[in-house]
Write a new protein. Structure first.
Length: 147
């Protein structure tokens, strides 16, 4: 059943260049990447809140929210930066190069997060096969960028 998670990841991953393209088109009208990013996040938040209402998902208590470390509330800032970067980059280097380099950045960071088991990730030590995989991704990003 683990294959379903891989399929889900592929579908979600395929959505990223589509989202970036939609945002890029909106930037043509609004002429500002920050505004487009804010609108993208607002539409996403409205969509999530609509789902929560329709699904009648119980909201967390104030005590639960207060118990979370302050730094855990910053994830949305990184997401906003990612969306903003995608809009800026795609307009300059194209969809494929943008996604290749964003993916490479994600994989390199993930390798370190797994190795140290931080931020709630399970410990997965860096190994030569994993490093080789990252090198293959780097080679792919370089090829995509060149051709």
């Amino acid at each position: 059943m683990k294959w379903m998670f891989f399929l889900f990841a592929l579908v979600a991953g395929a959505g990223l260049p589509i989202q970036t393209g939609i945002n890029l088109r909106l930037r043509e009208s609004l002429l500002d990447s920050v505004w487009v990013s804010a609108i993208s996040f607002t539409v996403g938040a409205v969509t999530l809140f609509a789902y929560l209402l329709v699904s009648r998902t119980p909201s967390p208590s104030l005590a639960m929210a207060a118990s979370a470390p302050a730094w855990t509330w910053t994830g949305g800032m990184l997401g906003a930066f990612f969306v903003f970067a995608g809009i800026v980059l795609a307009g300059q280097i194209g969809a494929t190069s943008t996604m290749a380099w964003l993916l490479l950045g994600q994989i390199v960071a993930s390798l370190a997060l797994d190795h140290y088991g931080v931020l709630g990730y399970q410990l997965h030590a860096v190994s030569w096969p994993r490093v080789f995989g990252v090198c293959l991704l780097l080679a792919g990003a370089l090829l995509v960028n060149k051709y």
